[in-house]
Every structure is written in C-alpha cells, then in structure tokens.
Design a protein. Structure first.
Length: 115
C-alpha cells in the first residue's frame, strides 16, 4: 500500500472546511457527501480501515479524528464493490424492461398486420 503523508491525510478536511466557508450550496453539498459516507460505511473503528503504514500516533486524538475524516471522505473507494453491483443490477433491470417492451410492441404490430 502507498504510504500517505500528513498533508494527504489532512487535505480532505481542509477541502471540506473551505467548501463550508465558500458558500451555502457548497456547504450543503459537502454535508451531503459526508452524510452519504457515514451512512454507507456505518460505524467502524479506525482499526477496520487500512493502516497505510501510518504511525500509531495517528490513531489517537485529533490526528485520529483527521484520519477518520479522511476515510469517510473517500467512502466511494470502500464501497466500490457494492456500487458496481448496484450499477450492474440497475442496467440489467433497465435493459430487461426495454427489450421486453420492444418484444411486446413487435409482437402486437405483427399480429395487427396479420389481420
């Protein structure tokens, strides 16, 4: 795994803070993004996330909070398997309906031409 620097770990928190200060719409978007992250990941302790060879000091105190925020900000990475399953299932259902409708339309047009 790639070792993360302190800057890389603190960057999502800085971006979130800037987004909250810039305007109300970016505050709302940032809050929605993090809320989705909390909901999709659920409660996890820092030990459940990859350690990325971080020193033990990063697991406690304000550094631990920053590290947890980093993991929550990158929630799509941790839920990529579930997201890909959702996309494939949605595609399958949409295209199954589309092809069924086409078959029904084709069958009804063929029966009307026969009469």
């Amino acid at each position: 795994m790639k070792t993360r620097s302190a800057f890389e770990i603190c960057l999502p928190l800085g971006i979130f803070a800037c987004a909250c200060v810039i305007s109300i719409p970016t505050l709302v978007l940032a809050a929605i993004w993090m809320s989705i992250g909390v909901v999709s990941l659920g409660y996890r302790s820092l030990e459940d996330f990859p350690s990325d060879q971080m020193p033990r000091a990063w697991r406690h105190g304000w550094r631990g909070a920053c590290l947890l925020f980093y993991h929550l900000a990158w929630w799509p990475w941790y839920t990529r398997h579930e997201l890909s399953q959702l996309v494939h299932e949605t595609r399958r259902r949409l295209f199954a309906r589309h092809t069924t409708r086409n078959k029904d339309v084709t069958a009804s047009s063929e029966s009307s031409t026969e009469e």
